[in-house]
Design a protein around this ligand. Structure first.
Ligand code: ADP
Length: 440
């Protein structure tokens, strides 16, 4: 998605536009003033002033603008130049006083730059010109045309000065207010743009969340139906194998049948693990009250008769201390305990006479502490971290998919829990899990 322009960039672009348009306007005015000077020269025969002063003014303006195009110094120059044209016209028209209005036109067009300070050079030149030439004429110097009025007293000068200042002040104020107003508008446009962008992003996010949920649901039902379809023939196979086992078979066939049976179970375990993995990765954390005693009874009943080939039955002991209600995601806790207990059963130590798996659950207001302990073969130091990796098995002829502990770790993470493994080769294994109580 394209990134949103910053307030500064919009502001800068706007200023550049104002500058560009105003410069163009100035071009028209300056050229018109120059041509006006030439036309006046036709009538008043003041070619030297029209061409000399006019072209010097234009030269000053365009050379500063060419040398410092990025600074606004040339705008101050144009301000002074506009009032010099005024003086030029007054002089060309032998002191036609009304030409002072030219300065007011200049003052008004400078508003376009939206900078009140540009009024200063214009006002300064007008005042200096007024004062200096008015005085010269007042003292009787007759080589100067300042005004055709036959009087220029201090009082007249002050009234002129006051009225001119009022006009410059008003134009300066307009420039200032125009700038403020435009800045406000830019800010509002920017805020509006940002708001619209935010709304669009929210909408897109909602849409993609919806899409994601939809594809998750589709994937979920796909995984379910596929795994169900895969497991169904496996159950039939197990049934057939079971029937074969009851028949009279020679030891060779018996061996093969038992090998087939364990392969089918292994494949079934694989499918269950993949199913658990995909569900844990996709499904949101659910929240319901967990009754550990019931859950563990059900689990140990299911696992009690689990035994691969000639493995011994394992004693499953459970202790649940729960004074308070515990809330969490039942299906994830089920997956965690099922994997850990079945590992305890499968990785039993042949040297130990009474294999067991002990599960102790302690529930408090804030968390459930779960210990799954066995007296099996144990895990050596070098493998303690690796056993949580995906598809990692300690030995190649391991009985599982290598997914079980990975799923356990992922599920504990999803529930914001902590998992610790303590184990020693030949001395058994302990998994200590702490899961937060999702009371609210
Ligand atoms: P698998 O499906 O192969 O059992 P797991 O991810 O559950 O995969 O376990 C990874 C490896 O960790 C196993 O191959 C096994 O060697 C070792 N392991 C897991 N649990 C135990 C345990 N309780 N006692 C001894 N070894 C274990």
């Amino acid at each position: 998605m394209a990134s949103l322009p910053t307030y500064q960039s919009i502001h800068d672009a706007y200023l550049a536009q104002v500058k560009h348009k105003s410069d163009r306007l100035m071009n028209y005015f300056l050229v018109s003033f120059f041509i006006a000077g030439l036309l006046l020269a036709l009538f008043y025969d003041t070619w030297l002033v029209a061409i000399g002063v006019g072209s010097l003014s234009l030269l000053a303006y365009y050379s500063v603008r060419a040398i410092l195009p990025h600074s606004n110094v040339y705008q101050y120059v144009v301000s002074a130049v506009l009032s010099i044209f005024m003086a030029q016209f007054i002089y060309q028209m032998h002191g036609l006083f009304e030409m002072h209005f030219i300065a007011f036109i200049g003052s008004a067009i400078l508003v376009t730059y939206q900078n009140w300070k540009l009024q200063i050079p214009l006002a300064a030149v007008v005042i200096v010109h007024h004062a200096m030439f008015g005085y010269l004429q007042f003292i009787g110097y007759d080589k100067i045309y300042f005004t055709q009025l036959d009087y220029m007293t201090l009082q007249t000068f002050l009234i002129h000065g006051f009225l001119a200042t009022v006009i410059f002040f008003i134009c300066g104020l307009w420039a200032f207010q125009l700038k403020k107003l435009n800045e406000l508008q830019i800010e509002q446009t920017f805020e509006m743009g940002r708001y619209q962008e935010e709304q669009l992003q929210k909408k897109a996010l909602l849409q993609s969340n919806e899409d994601l949920k939809k594809s998750n649901r589709e994937l979920d039902s796909f995984v379910y139906s596929v795994s169900h379809d895969l497991r169904a023939p496996l159950s039939s196979m197990l049934g057939v194998v079971g029937i074969c086992e009851t028949g009279v078979l020679d030891p060779f066939m018996m061996k093969n049948i038992s090998f087939l049976k364990s392969s089918i179970k292994k494949l079934d375990g694989f499918i269950i693990d993949i199913l658990d993995y995909s569900r844990n990765a996709r499904l949101e954390v659910d929240r319901q009250e967990i009754h550990f005693t019931d859950l563990l009874t059900e689990l140990s009943n299911n696992l009690k008769f689990m035994g691969i080939n000639d493995q011994r039955k394992v004693d499953i002991r459970t202790t649940v201390q729960n004074g308070v209600a515990f809330y969490s995601d039942k299906s994830r806790i089920n997956i965690i305990l099922n994997n850990l207990i079945s590992n305890g059963i499968r990785y039993q130590n042949p040297q130990v006479p009474d294999p067991f798996v002990e599960i102790i659950v302690n529930v408090s207001e804030s968390a459930a502490n779960i210990l799954v302990k066995d007296n099996g073969i144990g895990i050596d130091q070098g493998n303690k971290e690796k056993v949580f990796n995906m598809f990692y098995r300690v030995s190649n002829n391991s009985i599982g998919s290598g997914l079980g502990l990975y799923i356990v770790k992922e599920a504990v993470d999803k529930l914001n829990g902590v998992l610790e493994l303590r184990s020693e080769i030949g001395k058994g294994t302990e998994f200590i899990i702490q899961l937060p109580n999702l009371t609210s």
